[in-house]
Design a protein around this ligand. Structure first.
Ligand code: HEC
Length: 109
């Protein structure tokens, strides 16, 4: 009988481990920005965060907090720019945070 209960404990332990592993695997996906959002930005800022147009700033490798603050400033209109205001107004704060983290993690030019 002792053996059986030991086996049960092991199985329960494995089930918990599997559940934790599944949760860990699912978690980073939530922090990533929508693919379509990144594609929208890519038109001007480049898919790699390196802008091809001299009028557009590079985002790759920029400080995450700075990127977040600038997008929030475009959103409120504190930093005035027509296109960026339009882009930022259609993003949630979570999405802005995810985009800031995404571009900050890309290698700078
Ligand atoms: C139509 C072109 C265009 C699109 C699309 C666009 N941007 Fe921009 N973005 C610009 C321009 C131009 C600037 C510079 C604004 C200025 O001169 O103040 C800018 C500035 C920024 C800045 C500030 C950078 C800095 O160095 O201060 C951030 C952050 C940014 N954009 C993020 C994004 C994100 C994220 C997206 C996608 C959701 C996006 N942009 C889409 C044109 C665009």
């Amino acid at each position: 009988m002792k053996r059986v209960s030991h086996l049960r404990t092991t199985i329960r332990g494995l089930a918990i481990l599997l559940a934790l592993a599944a949760a860990a695997a699912a978690a980073p996906a939530l922090a990533e920005p929508r693919r379509s959002a990144v594609e929208d930005c890519a038109a001007c800022h480049g898919l790699d965060g390196i802008a091809r147009d001299t009028e557009v700033p590079h985002l790759a490798g920029q400080n995450e907090r700075y990127l977040f603050n600038q997008m929030m400033a475009f959103r409120t209109g504190k930093r005035v720019h027509k296109e960026m205001r339009y882009m930022a107004r259609h993003m949630s704060v979570e999405e802005i945070a995810a985009l800031a983290a995404y571009y900050a993690a890309l290698p700078p030019r």
